[in-house]
Design a binder for this molecule. Structure first.
Ligand SMILES: NC(=O)c1ccc[n+]([C@@H]2O[C@H](COP(=O)([O-])OP(=O)(O)OC[C@H]3O[C@@H](n4cnc5c(N)ncnc54)[C@H](OP(=O)(O)O)[C@@H]3O)[C@@H](O)[C@H]2O)c1
Length: 237
């Protein structure tokens, strides 16, 4: 397949997990892909070697560096904002700095990156933010701060879709449910509890999320905008 041949694509947070699957998918389909990472240098370099994608070290919590990285890519065809942090626990004892950093990465970064990308995109651009079904449903204790970041993504994509629609740029969120990654391993301590909330009682594979990103970013996605594309095995049903 070469569905993204010639497309200029940036994936923010692409070294591992869902982001790495999205890098693999777009690079495998012919795209010119760059991706950022913050801490996982070895994983990023290995993925770059395997896929031909370019790895760029940029911490999404650093607004100046993030905006510069997006601007450096010029007229993007596709921006995927995948980088995300997960801080769970009793709000009475959670480290407030860790909560604020999560808000920086999960909320501030997608907004500023999307705006900077849209500044340079030609018509037909695609902006995809990886949100979470936890933006809709938080069925266990300890997830308030994470849920607030993913609910914020919902409002953001709706608003930015209105702002950029006149230029043919679409803005959408993908909302995964439990997906097998370092953040949420399929054999992790919370897996059984998560499966109890689901109609299809397993974690998604990262390539299943990447497949949805490819559909939204591809030619059949032109009329999908301002939407929340939930892919969660019924977690939120
Ligand atoms: N897995 C799930 O069950 C699930 C469910 C719903 C939504 N999500 C969302 O899906 C996205 C990806 O999750 P995942 O499960 O694939 O997580 P993961 O396995 O922890 O991978 C996170 C990726 O984001 C990058 N990243 C994190 N902080 C960053 C920062 N400050 N700057 C740049 N890159 C950063 C990491 O890069 P480095 O390692 O290089 O720092 C890594 O490539 C997140 O937005 C998450 O909230 C995940």
């Amino acid at each position: 397949m070469a569905g993204f041949t010639g497309k200029n694509i940036l994936v923010l947070g692409g070294s591992r997990g869902i982001g790495a699957a999205i890098v693999r998918r777009f690079a495998g389909d012919g795209g010119a892909v760059a991706f950022t990472y913050a801490g996982s240098k070895d994983a990023a370099e290995a993925l770059a070697t395997q896929t031909g994608a370019e790895a760029i070290r940029t911490d999404s919590a650093d607004r100046g560096a993030l905006v510069a990285t997006v601007a450096d890519r010029g007229a993007l065809d596709i921006l995927v904002v995948n980088a995300g942090a997960l801080v769970l626990g009793d709000p009475l004892t959670l480290d407030p700095d860790a909560v604020d950093r999560m808000i920086d990465v999960n909320v501030r970064a997608p907004y500023h990156a999307a705006v900077e990308a849209a500044r340079r995109m030609n018509g037909n651009g695609r902006i995809i933010v990886i949100g979470s079904v936890n933006g809709d449903r938080m069925p266990f204790a300890g997830g308030a701060a994470y849920a607030l970041t993913k609910s914020a993504v919902q409002g953001m994509v709706r608003g930015l879709a209105r702002d950029f629609g006149g230029r043919g740029i679409t803005v959408n969120a993908i909302q995964p449910g439990p997906t097998d990654s370092d953040m949420n391993p399929a054999d992790g301590p919370m897996a059984e509890q998560m499966h109890s909330f689901m109609a299809i009682k397993r974690h998604a594979r990262t390539d299943e999320i990447a497949q949805l990103a490819a559909f939204i970013a591809g030619p059949h996605g032109a009329m999908i905008t301002g939407s929340l594309q939930t892919i969660d095995g019924g977690f939120g049903a």
